[in-house]
Design a protein around this ligand. Sequence first.
Ligand code: GLU
Length: 258
Amino acid sequence: MTVVIKIGTSNITYATGHLNIRHVERLVKVISDLKNAGVRVVLVSSGAIAMGVGKLGLSRRPEDMPGKQAAAAVGQCELMYTYDKLFSEYNHTVAQVLLTGSDVENDERRVNFQNTVSRLLEMGALPIINENDTVSTDEIAVGDNDSLGAIVACAVGADLLVLLSDIDGLYTADPHADPEARLIPVVEAVTPQIEALAGGKGSSLAVGGMGTKLKAAKMAVAASIDMVIANGDRPENLYDIVDGKPVGTRFLGEGRSK
Ligand code: GLU
């Protein structure tokens, strides 16, 4: 089984931009254990810009493009240093792969990327993918790692895409505003009604980047890949998610048994 796991910035850093050691250590332990059990794992990890902000001691995230790119250049090193160090403790070898939107749109470069990642998986390494933020401008960027996760899942022919976030899943309404809001455990089709739950521009429902997550879900399910949105606060949930047990919100890949 091949699983692509997207880790959000909030899963591994504090608002200060410094590493959330408790979270990242638990995540690395569970992912290492899944690999030991024979699951082929690809990570898509955010956090480069945030970790650059922390490492450079900036008071806040830069707003200008060169500022973000500079922070990402510093933070990406720190991110990979952290993963390399922690995964090494469990004898796993990490590999950094950085992509831009134009890499995945270009047939030749996409095939190169697919070949490299499948060779890394054959070798038992753990590919850790992020957008190449230091060169990715608005014009050529994928733009968000939920979409990048779906692109990677399709490219590697994954069975499952897991988007770890700071929310438990997709709700019937904004859970921060509506006490009646219920978590939706299974989505069989990404209908316009489901898409409306992400909220439009300026809607109070547009929390936690649900829009990009539903965009990713559409891509994944169309390629017959199940996608789960779950809270990264409890990395142990990954065991149940991989076993197909109900955690967060599962979007059923087209043609998969219900
Ligand atoms: N590539 C960005 C970073 O590493 C994150 C983008 C995203 O989380 O969607 O900081």
